[in-house]
Write a protein that binds this ligand. Structure first.
Ligand SMILES: *[C@@H]1O[C@H](CO)[C@@H](O)[C@H](O)[C@H]1NC(C)=O
Ligand SMILES: *[C@@H]1O[C@H](CO)[C@@H](O)[C@H](O)[C@H]1NC(C)=O
Ligand SMILES: *[C@@H]1O[C@H](CO)[C@@H](O)[C@H](O)[C@H]1NC(C)=O
Ligand SMILES: *[C@@H]1O[C@H](CO)[C@@H](O)[C@H](O)[C@H]1NC(C)=O
Ligand SMILES: *[C@@H]1O[C@H](CO)[C@@H](O)[C@H](O)[C@H]1NC(C)=O
Ligand SMILES: *[C@@H]1O[C@H](CO)[C@@H](O)[C@H](O)[C@H]1NC(C)=O
Ligand SMILES: *[C@@H]1O[C@H](CO)[C@@H](O)[C@H](O)[C@H]1NC(C)=O
Ligand SMILES: *[C@@H]1O[C@H](CO)[C@@H](O)[C@H](O)[C@H]1NC(C)=O
Length: 300
């Protein structure tokens, strides 16, 4: 019983040691900080609308953000529904909006708010295992009927013919050996990856937030390390359990042989050394008693 207790406490101690040494395992993928990102959209809509002073349609107006959001760039463009559908917008910052884009529900005039989250991209749109090669860019549509309105719901816009494209050509090249991918965060909080088209462009049929990412090598290496550590912990536990079982078994065997030795000492009265040489408990009775009988047969 003592050996078993010893083994178990040893196991417990080793487990504590191993878990203490283990680096924290990266948490499950954070699919964007949805609530914070949504609140940011509302603030940026408000501040983008403030850039409008007797706005002309189809002209982008750059806004200014509150000082706690320095690093973010915003812009707003007012459009008439019919002209968006019939003419599109040949260029709005990095976005190219083809003909055939339809907004719902119906509004006569709408505003397209542009966002460039700059160095705040990773804070509002964290993506584990990926590295951003470009800032997160947003394109969102709102009702333009009341330019002092806040907390407006986004309208839905859908490209019914050609897709809307985002031109990331001013972005640095991807590290060699890695393939950059487009990432799209929908307003509902989902994340979709797609291949880049014609070099440095991403295409979309809907609004939302867009960027270019590569899979980070660090993420892969880290997760492999975690697997190695997890593997050795599990292996160690199995080994310790086996050792504990072995210990219990050995203790039982020793106990058995001790009892049998005691019984033999009490019963047979043979010299102790002889039985120890033969080792096995049952061997003392059988051959030892028949052997003299066999010998006596051959005695002339
Ligand atoms: C990161 O990548 C590893 C495999 O490379 C994967 O096991 C892990 O789940 C990924 N992490 C997230 C948060 O997606
Ligand atoms: C999400 O954003 C909120 C507000 O900015 C912040 O308090 C929270 O810690 C963020 N959560 C994550 C997981 O980044
Ligand atoms: C930044 O400031 C604005 C206006 O002062 C405020 O509405 C907003 O909540 C602040 N945002 C953050 C992330 O602190
Ligand atoms: C982002 O960059 C601006 C300057 O462009 C700087 O003032 C701000 O502190 C930076 N924010 C973060 C979170 O790095
Ligand atoms: C757009 O705003 C105007 C004025 O606030 C409002 O009357 C109208 O219902 C809004 N349209 C939609 C689709 O929300
Ligand atoms: C526009 O919105 C502001 C802020 O919500 C409100 O005070 C104002 O009455 C609205 N104007 C119209 C014409 O709906
Ligand atoms: C998002 O990705 C999923 C799977 O990768 C795909 O089935 C779905 O159609 C995509 N959604 C859009 C709107 O592209
Ligand atoms: C993206 O490109 C890779 C090759 O670079 C290809 O294997 C994959 O099927 C493509 N995915 C889509 C969704 O087109």
């Amino acid at each position: 019983m003592g050996l078993l207790l010893q083994s178990l406490s040893m196991l417990f101690f080793l487990l504590l040691l191993l878990f203490g040494m283990m680096p924290s395992i990266p948490s499950a993928q954070n699919l964007g900080n949805s609530s914070a990102a949504h609140a940011l959209d509302a603030i940026l809509q408000d501040y983008a609308y403030r850039a409008f002073v007797r706005p002309r349609t189809g002209v982008p107006y750059d806004g200014t953000v509150p000082s706690n959001l320095t690093g973010i760039k915003i812009s707003a463009m007012r459009l008439v529904r019919g002209s968006l559908k019939a003419r599109g917008v040949s260029r709005y910052k990095e976005f190219e909006i083809p003909t055939g884009v339809i907004e719902t529900p119906y509004v006569k005039r709408l505003v397209l708010v542009y966002q460039n989250l700059g160095n705040l991209s990773e804070i509002y749109y964290p993506l584990s295992n990926f590295t951003y090669l470009a800032p997160v860019l947003g394109l969102l549509a709102y009702n333009a009927s009341n330019l002092s309105a806040t907390n407006l719901p986004e309208l839905s816009i859908v490209a019914s013919q050609d897709p809307i494209t985002v031109d990331f050509s001013s972005i640095g090249q991807a590290p060699s050996g890695s393939t950059p991918k487009c990432v799209w965060f929908s307003l509902q909080g989902s994340v979709n990856f797609s291949n880049m088209t014609s070099g440095s462009r991403c295409s979309t049929t809907q609004q939302g937030h867009f960027s270019v990412v590569v899979e980070s090598v660090g993420g892969k290496g880290k997760s492999r390390k975690v697997w190695i550590i997890l593997g050795s912990v599990v292996g160690g536990i199995v080994l310790l359990i086996l050792l504990a079982i072995l210990g219990v078994w050995m203790e039982k065997q020793w106990h058995k042989s001790y009892i049998s030795r005691m019984q033999e000492v009490a019963g047979a009265g043979e010299p102790l050394e002889m039985r120890t040489v033969r080792g096995i408990r049952y061997s003392t009775a059988g051959p030892m008693r028949t052997a003299p009988a066999l010998e006596t047969e051959y005695v002339p």
